[in-house]
Design a protein around this ligand. Sequence first.
Ligand SMILES: Cc1cc2nc3c(=O)[nH]c(=O)nc-3n(C[C@H](O)[C@H](O)[C@H](O)COP(=O)(O)OP(=O)(O)OC[C@H]3O[C@@H](n4cnc5c(N)ncnc54)[C@H](O)[C@@H]3O)c2cc1C
Length: 404
Amino acid sequence: MAEILVLGAGMVGVTTGLALQARGHQVTIVERGVPGRETSYGNAGLIQTEAVEPYAMPLAPGALIQIALGRGYDVKWNVGGLLSQLNAVWTYALNSLPAGHRRATLTWGKLIRQSTDRHAPLVAAAGADNIIRRDGYIEVHRTAARMEKARVTAKRFMDEFGVEAKLMDGRALRALEPAIKIEVEGATHWADTWTCSDPGGLVAAYAALFERQGGRIVNADAGDLHRAGNGWQVDEHTGEHAVVALGPWSPMLLQRFGLTVPMVFKRGYHRHYHMETPPNHPIADFGNSVVLSPMRRGLRIATAAELTSHPRLTPPQLKHGEKAARELFDIGAPVEAEPWTGRRPCIPDMLPVIGRVPDQPNLWAHFGHGHQGFTLGPVTAEIIADEIDGKQGWAELQPARFKR
Ligand SMILES: Cc1cc2nc3c(=O)[nH]c(=O)nc-3n(C[C@H](O)[C@H](O)[C@H](O)COP(=O)(O)OP(=O)(O)OC[C@H]3O[C@@H](n4cnc5c(N)ncnc54)[C@H](O)[C@@H]3O)c2cc1C
C-alpha cells in the first residue's frame, strides 16, 4: 500500500481520498483553504442521474446571435474573458456539433448514471442523510414550445439511458409545488436525481469521514509540489504518488509539469434569498437560465455561464434570475451582502481529465468535471483509484490526449 498526496479538497479531491483509503492507501489531502468551500460549495446541489448529456455550447443561429449581442442569459461574455480562453472556447464549440457531442455523451452518460449509487454509501457513512433528498428536481416549462421540446428530450433520455421523467401539465405542477404563483405550461419532474440542501456541508461531512478513517487533511499550497526521490512533496508532506484534483486551478499547476490542458472557465454566481415557504424541490427555469434551490441558508438562485476573468459585483444573470424567481415565488431579501462566484472547470471535449500525467511518473490528474463535478466526484474517484492501483483507466479520459 502506498502513501498518496491528493491536491485539493473539493468534492473531487475528498472523494478521491476516500476511494484510495478504501483500497488501503495512506492518504494526505493538501488544501490551501477549508474542504468544500470553493466550486463544490457554490453549486445548485443537484446530484444529477438525469444529466446524461454534457452541456453543449448553444450553436443554433438564433442562440448565437443572442449571445453575440449580449442579450440572452445562458452565456454572457466580455472581450477580455473571451480572448483569454479563445482556443478552448473554439474547440468546445466544434465539439458541441452533433458528432462531437454524441461522442462525449456516450462516455458521460455511463458516468452520470452511476452517481447516486456512488454517493449512497458515502452519505450513509458520513451521516449526511439530513441534507440529502431523494425525490428529484423540477424543470418548469413556461411555454408550449418548451414543453414540446421537453417531451422529445424525455423520450430520448428514456430510450437511450433509461432515465425516468414525469411530464406534467401546469395544474399537476401547482399541486406538487403550491408556492408557484403563476400559470406555466408544464414541467418535467426528474424524480431519480438527488438534491442537497448544503453542498459545502456534504463535502465537509465526507472530509470528516475521511479523517475519522485515518486520512490527513493538511493546510498547504499545492503550488509547492515538487519531486522528492521517486515520489512527490508539498511542504514537509510526501507521497509516492500525487493526484491533482484542484478543479479550475488544475491546468495552472500542470503547466509547470509540461502538460497544457485547455479549459473553459464558466463562471457562475449564486445568492440566497429569504423565503417563508420554499418550494418542495429545486426548480430549474432554464428558459431564464437559472436554478432555484431550497438550501439551509435560503433559496439559492444559481446562474448559468459567464466567460469573464473578473467577477462582477452585480451580475446581470443573477439580476435576471432574481426577476424570474420573483415571478414564480414570493421571495424576500437577499441573505448575503454580495453574491458568491466560482468557475466550472470545463474541458473543451466535455470529458473530465482522469489518469496518468504523461512523462511524470506517479503524477495523476483528476479534474475537469464541468457542470457536474458535485455529482460525479465519487464516480470518477473510483476510476482514478483503480488506475493508481494498476487497473486499466478509461482511454477517452486520459491526460495524454493533450500531449502535442
Ligand atoms: C453556479 C454553479 C452551479 C453548479 N451546479 C452543479 C450541480 O447542481 N450539480 C453538479 O454536479 N455540479 C454543479 N456545478 C459544478 C460543480 O460545482 C463543479 O464541477 C465541482 O464542484 C468541481 O469540484 P472540484 O473538487 O473539481 O473543484 P473545487 O470544489 O473548486 O475544489 C478544488 C479545491 O482545490 C483547492 N485549491 C486550489 N488551489 C490550491 C492550491 N494552490 N493549494 C491547495 N489547494 C488548492 C481549492 O481551495 C478547492 O478546495 C455547478 C457549478 C457552478 C459554478
